[in-house]
Design a protein around this ligand. Structure first.
Ligand SMILES: NC(=O)c1ccc[n+]([C@@H]2O[C@H](COP(=O)([O-])OP(=O)(O)OC[C@H]3O[C@@H](n4cnc5c(N)ncnc54)[C@H](OP(=O)(O)O)[C@@H]3O)[C@@H](O)[C@H]2O)c1
Length: 285
Protein backbone atom coordinates (compact mmCIF):
# COMPACT_ATOMS: atom_id res chain seq x y z
CA UNK A 1 0.00 0.00 0.00
CA UNK A 2 1.26 3.51 -0.74
CA UNK A 3 1.46 6.51 1.61
CA UNK A 4 -2.27 7.26 1.76
CA UNK A 5 -2.95 6.79 5.42
CA UNK A 6 -0.65 9.27 7.09
CA UNK A 7 -3.37 11.22 8.96
CA UNK A 8 -4.57 8.04 10.71
CA UNK A 9 -1.20 7.29 12.21
CA UNK A 10 -0.31 10.76 13.43
CA UNK A 11 -0.42 9.75 17.08
CA UNK A 12 2.79 7.70 16.70
CA UNK A 13 6.28 9.08 17.08
CA UNK A 14 7.97 10.34 13.95
CA UNK A 15 11.57 10.15 12.78
CA UNK A 16 13.06 12.20 9.93
CA UNK A 17 15.97 10.38 8.26
CA UNK A 18 18.46 11.65 5.68
CA UNK A 19 20.01 9.40 3.03
CA UNK A 20 17.42 6.59 2.94
CA UNK A 21 18.11 5.38 -0.61
CA UNK A 22 20.50 2.65 0.62
CA UNK A 23 22.53 1.22 3.50
CA UNK A 24 21.98 2.27 7.10
CA UNK A 25 19.43 4.96 6.23
CA UNK A 26 17.16 2.56 4.34
CA UNK A 27 17.45 -0.17 7.00
CA UNK A 28 16.66 2.37 9.73
CA UNK A 29 13.59 3.63 7.85
CA UNK A 30 12.24 0.08 7.55
CA UNK A 31 13.02 -0.88 11.16
CA UNK A 32 11.39 2.23 12.65
CA UNK A 33 8.34 1.78 10.39
CA UNK A 34 8.03 -1.90 11.38
CA UNK A 35 8.15 -0.84 15.01
CA UNK A 36 5.23 1.57 14.75
CA UNK A 37 6.99 4.86 14.02
CA UNK A 38 6.07 7.27 11.25
CA UNK A 39 9.07 7.83 9.02
CA UNK A 40 9.90 10.89 6.92
CA UNK A 41 12.35 9.12 4.62
CA UNK A 42 14.40 11.62 2.66
CA UNK A 43 16.59 10.96 -0.35
CA UNK A 44 17.96 12.72 -3.40
CA UNK A 45 15.90 10.76 -5.93
CA UNK A 46 12.62 9.55 -4.36
CA UNK A 47 11.20 8.83 -7.83
CA UNK A 48 13.65 5.89 -8.07
CA UNK A 49 12.65 4.31 -4.74
CA UNK A 50 11.14 0.82 -5.08
CA UNK A 51 11.01 -0.56 -1.54
CA UNK A 52 10.04 2.10 1.01
CA UNK A 53 6.90 3.05 -0.98
CA UNK A 54 5.19 -0.15 0.24
CA UNK A 55 5.15 0.95 3.90
CA UNK A 56 2.07 3.00 4.74
CA UNK A 57 3.80 4.80 7.62
CA UNK A 58 6.79 5.84 5.51
CA UNK A 59 6.50 9.02 3.46
CA UNK A 60 9.21 10.00 0.99
CA UNK A 61 10.60 13.51 0.65
CA UNK A 62 13.15 14.79 -1.84
CA UNK A 63 16.27 16.02 -0.10
CA UNK A 64 19.83 16.75 -1.08
CA UNK A 65 21.26 17.89 2.28
CA UNK A 66 23.73 20.21 0.54
CA UNK A 67 20.88 22.27 -0.96
CA UNK A 68 19.52 24.68 1.70
CA UNK A 69 16.27 25.30 -0.27
CA UNK A 70 15.56 21.57 -0.45
CA UNK A 71 16.31 21.29 3.28
CA UNK A 72 13.76 24.04 4.06
CA UNK A 73 11.13 22.43 1.81
CA UNK A 74 11.68 18.86 3.05
CA UNK A 75 11.60 19.88 6.73
CA UNK A 76 8.45 22.03 6.29
CA UNK A 77 6.69 19.34 4.23
CA UNK A 78 7.53 16.65 6.80
CA UNK A 79 6.25 18.82 9.68
CA UNK A 80 3.06 19.63 7.70
CA UNK A 81 2.53 15.94 6.96
CA UNK A 82 3.15 14.51 10.42
CA UNK A 83 2.43 17.50 12.68
CA UNK A 84 5.47 16.87 14.83
CA UNK A 85 8.92 15.38 14.31
CA UNK A 86 10.39 13.74 17.42
CA UNK A 87 13.77 12.52 16.20
CA UNK A 88 16.07 13.50 13.33
CA UNK A 89 18.58 10.92 12.14
CA UNK A 90 21.44 12.64 10.33
CA UNK A 91 22.65 9.63 8.37
CA UNK A 92 23.54 10.83 4.84
CA UNK A 93 27.28 10.66 4.30
CA UNK A 94 29.97 10.11 1.68
CA UNK A 95 33.51 8.77 1.80
CA UNK A 96 36.59 10.39 0.28
CA UNK A 97 39.81 8.42 0.53
CA UNK A 98 43.32 8.61 -0.85
CA UNK A 99 46.60 10.43 -0.18
CA UNK A 100 45.80 14.10 0.31
CA UNK A 101 48.26 15.09 -2.41
CA UNK A 102 46.24 13.05 -4.92
CA UNK A 103 42.70 14.04 -3.94
CA UNK A 104 40.74 16.33 -6.21
CA UNK A 105 39.59 19.50 -4.44
CA UNK A 106 36.02 18.94 -5.60
CA UNK A 107 35.98 15.61 -3.71
CA UNK A 108 37.20 17.36 -0.54
CA UNK A 109 34.44 19.96 -0.90
CA UNK A 110 31.83 17.28 -1.56
CA UNK A 111 32.77 15.38 1.60
CA UNK A 112 32.62 18.59 3.68
CA UNK A 113 29.36 19.63 2.01
CA UNK A 114 27.54 16.37 2.73
CA UNK A 115 29.09 15.20 6.02
CA UNK A 116 29.41 18.58 7.76
CA UNK A 117 27.45 21.38 6.07
CA UNK A 118 24.58 19.01 5.20
CA UNK A 119 24.13 18.01 8.85
CA UNK A 120 24.41 21.67 9.90
CA UNK A 121 21.72 22.65 7.36
CA UNK A 122 19.30 20.02 8.66
CA UNK A 123 19.90 20.85 12.33
CA UNK A 124 19.46 24.62 11.73
CA UNK A 125 16.18 24.04 9.91
CA UNK A 126 14.77 21.85 12.70
CA UNK A 127 15.76 24.06 15.63
CA UNK A 128 12.69 26.37 15.57
CA UNK A 129 10.37 23.30 15.52
CA UNK A 130 12.22 21.56 18.35
CA UNK A 131 12.43 24.76 20.44
CA UNK A 132 8.71 25.39 19.97
CA UNK A 133 7.95 21.85 21.15
CA UNK A 134 10.55 22.03 23.96
CA UNK A 135 11.46 18.59 22.73
CA UNK A 136 13.49 16.85 20.06
CA UNK A 137 16.51 14.68 19.45
CA UNK A 138 19.24 14.70 16.80
CA UNK A 139 20.95 11.33 16.33
CA UNK A 140 24.04 11.77 14.19
CA UNK A 141 25.93 9.02 12.38
CA UNK A 142 29.61 9.65 12.90
CA UNK A 143 32.16 6.83 12.63
CA UNK A 144 35.10 5.21 14.40
CA UNK A 145 36.89 7.67 12.06
CA UNK A 146 35.22 10.53 13.97
CA UNK A 147 37.65 10.11 16.85
CA UNK A 148 40.59 8.16 15.44
CA UNK A 149 42.68 7.73 12.31
CA UNK A 150 41.58 4.09 12.16
CA UNK A 151 42.37 3.73 8.45
CA UNK A 152 45.27 5.48 6.67
CA UNK A 153 44.46 7.68 3.63
CA UNK A 154 41.25 8.69 5.37
CA UNK A 155 42.36 12.16 6.45
CA UNK A 156 39.59 13.98 4.56
CA UNK A 157 36.91 11.60 5.86
CA UNK A 158 38.50 11.92 9.34
CA UNK A 159 38.30 15.71 9.02
CA UNK A 160 34.58 15.63 8.17
CA UNK A 161 33.62 13.21 10.95
CA UNK A 162 35.85 14.96 13.53
CA UNK A 163 34.09 18.20 12.50
CA UNK A 164 30.69 16.53 12.92
CA UNK A 165 31.69 15.40 16.43
CA UNK A 166 32.77 18.97 17.24
CA UNK A 167 29.49 20.39 15.96
CA UNK A 168 27.39 17.99 18.01
CA UNK A 169 29.45 18.21 21.22
CA UNK A 170 29.54 21.99 20.82
CA UNK A 171 25.75 22.23 20.52
CA UNK A 172 24.94 20.07 23.54
CA UNK A 173 25.05 22.74 26.25
CA UNK A 174 23.48 25.39 23.96
CA UNK A 175 20.40 23.24 23.32
CA UNK A 176 20.00 21.60 26.75
CA UNK A 177 17.74 24.43 28.13
CA UNK A 178 15.24 23.70 25.33
CA UNK A 179 15.15 19.96 26.07
CA UNK A 180 16.80 19.25 22.71
CA UNK A 181 19.03 16.19 22.89
CA UNK A 182 22.03 15.38 20.68
CA UNK A 183 23.70 12.00 20.24
CA UNK A 184 26.56 10.51 18.26
CA UNK A 185 26.73 6.97 16.87
CA UNK A 186 30.22 5.73 16.01
CA UNK A 187 30.08 2.54 13.93
CA UNK A 188 33.01 0.53 12.66
CA UNK A 189 32.84 -0.92 9.13
CA UNK A 190 29.55 -2.42 7.95
CA UNK A 191 28.02 -3.52 4.65
CA UNK A 192 26.32 -0.84 2.52
CA UNK A 193 26.85 1.08 -0.72
CA UNK A 194 29.44 3.19 1.10
CA UNK A 195 32.57 1.73 -0.53
CA UNK A 196 30.95 1.92 -4.00
CA UNK A 197 29.98 5.53 -3.31
CA UNK A 198 33.44 6.43 -1.97
CA UNK A 199 35.85 8.34 -4.17
CA UNK A 200 39.36 6.85 -3.83
CA UNK A 201 42.17 9.00 -5.27
CA UNK A 202 45.01 6.94 -6.71
CA UNK A 203 47.43 6.64 -9.60
CA UNK A 204 48.28 9.58 -11.80
CA UNK A 205 51.86 10.75 -12.21
CA UNK A 206 52.75 10.57 -8.51
CA UNK A 207 53.73 7.01 -7.57
CA UNK A 208 55.05 7.76 -4.06
CA UNK A 209 51.80 6.59 -2.42
CA UNK A 210 51.30 3.42 -4.47
CA UNK A 211 52.35 1.04 -1.67
CA UNK A 212 50.09 2.45 1.04
CA UNK A 213 47.26 2.93 -1.46
CA UNK A 214 47.41 -0.77 -2.37
CA UNK A 215 47.41 -1.81 1.30
CA UNK A 216 44.42 0.38 2.19
CA UNK A 217 42.48 -0.57 -0.94
CA UNK A 218 43.02 -4.27 -0.20
CA UNK A 219 41.89 -3.76 3.40
CA UNK A 220 38.73 -1.95 2.23
CA UNK A 221 37.90 -4.67 -0.30
CA UNK A 222 38.58 -7.38 2.27
CA UNK A 223 36.32 -5.80 4.90
CA UNK A 224 33.55 -5.26 2.31
CA UNK A 225 33.83 -8.91 1.24
CA UNK A 226 33.60 -10.11 4.86
CA UNK A 227 30.86 -7.69 5.87
CA UNK A 228 27.25 -8.81 6.04
CA UNK A 229 24.03 -6.99 6.79
CA UNK A 230 23.89 -8.40 10.37
CA UNK A 231 26.23 -5.70 11.62
CA UNK A 232 24.07 -3.05 9.98
CA UNK A 233 21.05 -4.49 11.82
CA UNK A 234 22.94 -4.18 15.12
CA UNK A 235 23.55 -0.48 14.38
CA UNK A 236 19.89 0.07 13.47
CA UNK A 237 18.81 -1.49 16.77
CA UNK A 238 21.32 0.72 18.63
CA UNK A 239 19.78 3.79 16.94
CA UNK A 240 16.28 2.60 17.89
CA UNK A 241 17.37 2.18 21.52
CA UNK A 242 18.62 5.77 21.57
CA UNK A 243 15.45 7.13 19.92
CA UNK A 244 13.22 5.30 22.39
CA UNK A 245 15.15 6.58 25.42
CA UNK A 246 16.64 3.23 26.46
CA UNK A 247 20.22 4.33 25.81
CA UNK A 248 21.23 7.60 27.45
CA UNK A 249 24.87 7.64 26.29
CA UNK A 250 26.07 10.71 24.40
CA UNK A 251 28.34 8.53 22.23
CA UNK A 252 27.41 5.00 21.18
CA UNK A 253 30.21 2.93 19.67
CA UNK A 254 28.99 -0.03 17.60
CA UNK A 255 31.11 -2.99 16.46
CA UNK A 256 34.14 -4.74 17.94
CA UNK A 257 36.48 -3.07 15.43
CA UNK A 258 35.34 0.39 16.53
CA UNK A 259 35.41 -0.56 20.23
CA UNK A 260 38.99 -1.89 19.98
CA UNK A 261 40.36 1.10 18.06
CA UNK A 262 38.64 3.68 20.26
CA UNK A 263 39.78 1.92 23.44
CA UNK A 264 43.39 1.98 22.17
CA UNK A 265 42.95 5.63 21.18
CA UNK A 266 41.76 6.39 24.73
CA UNK A 267 44.36 4.50 26.75
CA UNK A 268 47.50 4.97 24.63
CA UNK A 269 49.43 8.23 24.45
CA UNK A 270 48.80 9.65 20.96
CA UNK A 271 52.36 8.98 19.70
CA UNK A 272 52.09 5.36 20.77
CA UNK A 273 48.68 5.03 19.09
CA UNK A 274 50.00 6.51 15.83
CA UNK A 275 53.10 4.24 15.96
CA UNK A 276 50.75 1.30 16.44
CA UNK A 277 48.94 2.31 13.21
CA UNK A 278 52.24 2.66 11.32
CA UNK A 279 53.30 -0.84 12.52
CA UNK A 280 49.97 -2.49 11.82
CA UNK A 281 49.76 -1.13 8.27
CA UNK A 282 53.46 -1.98 7.63
CA UNK A 283 54.08 1.44 6.12
CA UNK A 284 57.61 2.02 7.43
CA UNK A 285 59.92 2.72 4.50
N1 LIG B 1 29.57 1.73 5.78
C1 LIG B 1 30.47 1.91 6.71
O1 LIG B 1 31.39 1.09 6.89
C2 LIG B 1 30.36 3.11 7.64
C3 LIG B 1 31.11 3.12 8.83
C4 LIG B 1 30.98 4.18 9.71
C5 LIG B 1 30.10 5.21 9.43
N2 LIG B 1 29.39 5.21 8.27
C6 LIG B 1 28.45 6.31 8.03
O2 LIG B 1 27.14 5.77 7.94
C7 LIG B 1 26.29 6.66 7.22
C8 LIG B 1 25.48 5.87 6.20
O3 LIG B 1 26.33 5.35 5.21
P1 LIG B 1 26.14 3.90 4.57
O4 LIG B 1 27.30 3.08 4.99
O5 LIG B 1 24.79 3.39 4.79
O6 LIG B 1 26.43 4.25 3.02
P2 LIG B 1 25.50 4.34 1.74
O7 LIG B 1 24.80 3.05 1.50
O8 LIG B 1 26.40 4.88 0.67
O9 LIG B 1 24.41 5.43 2.15
C9 LIG B 1 24.70 6.80 2.17
C10 LIG B 1 23.41 7.57 1.92
O10 LIG B 1 23.73 8.97 1.91
C11 LIG B 1 23.08 9.54 0.79
N3 LIG B 1 23.67 10.78 0.33
C12 LIG B 1 24.88 11.00 -0.24
N4 LIG B 1 25.01 12.30 -0.58
C13 LIG B 1 23.84 12.91 -0.21
C14 LIG B 1 23.35 14.23 -0.29
N5 LIG B 1 24.07 15.23 -0.83
N6 LIG B 1 22.11 14.50 0.20
C15 LIG B 1 21.35 13.52 0.74
N7 LIG B 1 21.75 12.24 0.82
C16 LIG B 1 22.98 11.95 0.36
C17 LIG B 1 23.13 8.47 -0.29
O11 LIG B 1 22.16 8.78 -1.27
P3 LIG B 1 22.37 8.62 -2.85
O12 LIG B 1 21.91 7.23 -3.17
O13 LIG B 1 21.51 9.68 -3.44
O14 LIG B 1 23.84 8.84 -3.13
C18 LIG B 1 22.78 7.24 0.55
O15 LIG B 1 21.39 7.15 0.72
C19 LIG B 1 27.22 7.71 6.61
O16 LIG B 1 27.16 8.90 7.39
C20 LIG B 1 28.62 7.09 6.74
O17 LIG B 1 29.62 8.09 6.83
C21 LIG B 1 29.49 4.18 7.37
Amino acid sequence: MKNNNIKNIMSNKTIFITGTSSGLGKSSAIYFAQNGWNVAATMRSPEKEKELIYYENIKLFKLDVTNPHEVTDAVNDAIDTFGKIDVVLNNAGVGTYGALELIDRTDINKALDVNVRGVTNVIMEFLPHFRQNSNGMFINISSVMGRSAALPLGSVYNMTKFALEGLIEGLYVELKPFNIDLRLVEPGGFYSEFVNNTSFAKGGTITAYDKITKIVEQQMMESTRKADTKKRDVIVKAIFKIATGRNKKFRTIVGNDAKTILTLRKILPIRMFLSFLVQSFKINK
